[in-house]
Design a protein around this ligand. Structure first.
Ligand SMILES: [Zn+2]
Length: 562
């Protein structure tokens, strides 16, 4: 009987620690080219973990994208930003695959989408086809790879999601990528964690020099420390056949042989992805553009990527005791990089103290906070900050200098401006701007209500009132007024707006809506004549472009086709 219980316990604890059980070889490579990655699952990105694989497409667009398994198209979403043109396939075994940044869909799906775009008179669209409408076998052509949306170059973004729409590491499903290279360690840091702790006679974060050994592992000089101490590591992985710096798969830490911390990139939920900002040393990232992952857990960090964490990963270093701390970084192929850190517990009285900038605004993370001056008010809801913090806030005319962008914000902080002193005509052209590089104002979504403008922000910085009195700019690319363009396959127009940015655009021919696809990366609107929307010989083209404060420009031209 006892043996039986033990066996159950053993099995359960094994499952809890090992990778999720998922079907192997069910999903096939969605491309006909070998899998080379420019991004891995869980890779650290700006405000989020990467939720899939970025598969290289030989620096070009238009490669055939195929259904990774049988199923049906369950969702199609087209956005100017984000995933651009994206397709979701629901599979009978409960998983969903996602294909992003597509150039266009297969002819059947493209016709389905365009019909809805014309019915809605919108390029941006979200559709949920029923099962049976767009049914697919494994390997069926669904789209062509592209570079639409927030993509830095042609590639296919490929995701596998579980039944709760949580993205999972596609490599768990037996998708293999050639990788014979060990993860690269770019830096190691030690963090004294409370008032009494210190590392190498300092209460500040310390960079620890890495010493490479002949066997390929690293060690460090002996660290002197006392009290609560944590570590952080900057690490990336490279696979074969590409120089891209991708994410690693697993980070583990041991203290004197006991596992005290583990981070596994197997699965996460979109609801938790922004907590990346408290996994990394955000302040270090802001100032150095390098992401250091903490090997300890901040109190308020609910990330499900953690496993086997003892005492939040913090070490309790005592005077006159020696410790061996070991960090192991592993990629999905099993290549490992190991760092051994010898620590000597040693109480020291001569400690360089932590620099603390005290201001008159102390904000507690678990309480809301508000302040007001010069007709500008700030409201910080509880839970916006991860930690209690002195904020540096000052007011200067119509500008609020709201701390520095080295502190992460989890949920929107509201800034309000009293605009009663401005004339109605002035107010109409005004908006709330974040002052960027060289003081350039960038539009922050502005809600206008009589004498009060508000905006929600998720980065600290300087915010002010700005005006945009200029209408958007419109310029035809491949036609001019009065021209015959029978040989053109499309109609291209460049549009841009200087200050507040483009809010909407609408094109018609002879009074009828025509679909134009907006590519913000090259400021281009494109109408494809193969839509069949332009049928006459003589065509009056009209394009209205509106910016975020309502300045409007209308461009009209006549063109002929036969
Ligand atoms: Zn991606």
């Amino acid at each position: 009987m006892k043996f039986y219980y033990l066996l159950i316990f053993f099995t359960i604890s094994q499952i809890a620690q090992s990778q999720p059980k998922v079907p192997q070889e069910y999903f096939e490579n969605p491309l006909d080219v070998p899998l080379v990655l420019s991004g891995t699952f869980g890779e650290l990105r700006s405000n989020h973990f990467h939720s899939g694989l970025d598969i290289k497409t030989q620096q070009r667009e238009g490669l055939e994208v195929k259904s990774a398994a049988p199923g049906h198209v369950s969702r199609i979403k087209i956005q100017h930003y984000g995933y651009g043109k994206a397709l979701y396939i629901q599979h009978p075994n409960g998983y969903t695959t996602v294909y992003g940044h597509l150039q266009r869909f297969s002819p059947e799906i493209e016709a389905y989408v365009k019909k809805q775009q014309y019915a809605n008179e919108s390029y941006e669209i979200e559709l949920f086809p029923e099962a049976g409408e767009l049914q697919l076998e494994s390997g069926d052509l669904v789209a062509y790879s592209g570079n639409t949306g927030g993509s830095g170059g042609p590639h296919l973004h490929f995701e596998i999601r579980d039944g709760s729409q949580r993205p999972m590491n596609p490599k768990l499903f037996g998708i293999e990528i050639q990788d014979h290279r060990k993860p690269i360690i770019n830096g190691l840091f030690a963090y004294p964690m409370d008032e009494d702790s210190h590392v190498n006679h300092s209460a500040e974060r310390q960079r620890i020099r890495l010493i490479p050994l002949k066997d390929g592992t690293y060690t460090t000089e002996k660290i002197n420390a006392c009290g609560k101490v944590g570590f952080g590591i900057s690490t990336v992985d490279q696979q074969d056949m590409a120089s891209n710096q991708n994410g690693v798969y697993k980070i583990e830490a041991n203290l004197n042989g006991d596992n005290v911390f583990q981070l596994n990139f197997d699965r996460f939920s979109f609801a938790e992805t922004r907590h990346l900002n408290q996994l990394i040393d955000y302040e270090y990232y802001t100032n150095n553009r390098s992401r250091v992952q903490k090997l300890f857990v901040e109190e308020s960090n609910p990330l499900s990527l953690y496993a086997n964490v003892q005492s939040e990963g913090r070490l309790e270093i005592q005077d006159s005791l020696d410790y061996n701390y070991t960090i192991k970084v592993t990629d999905f192929a099993g290549n490992e990089s190991v760092i051994r850190v010898p620590i000597q517990g040693e109480y020291s009285e001569k400690v360089q103290p932590k620099q603390l900038e005290e201001t008159e605004y102390f904000v507690q993370a678990n309480q809301s906070f508000s302040t007001e001056q010069n007709g500008i008010d700030v409201y910080i809801p509880k839970g916006s900050l991860y930690q209690d913090k002195y904020l540096d806030i000052s007011f200067n005319g119509d500008t609020i200098n709201l701390h520095k962008d080295d502190t992460p914000i989890h949920q929107n902080i509201t800034i309000g401006f009293d605009v009663s002193k401005y004339e109605p005509a002035e107010k109409e052209k005004m908006f709330i701007a974040k002052l960027g590089y060289r003081g350039r104002p960038g539009y922050s979504s502005t809600y206008k209500k009589a004498d009060r403008f508000t905006t929600g922000i998720r980065t600290f910085g300087n915010y002010t009132l700005a005006s945009d009195n200029k209408e958007p700019w419109i310029s035809p690319v491949n036609f001019s007024d009065g021209q015959w363009i029978s040989n053109n396959s499309n109609l291209k127009v460049k549009i841009s707006d200087d200050l507040s940015g483009i809010k909407s655009y609408r094109a018609t021919v002879n009074g009828k809506f025509i679909l134009m696809e907006y590519e913000y990366k090259d400021n281009t609107l494109t109408h494809d004549f193969s839509d069949g929307a332009v049928t006459e010989t003589e065509n009056n083209f009209k394009l209205i472009v509106t910016d975020n404060v309502g300045n409007t420009n209308t461009y009209e031209a006549k063109f002929f086709r036969k």
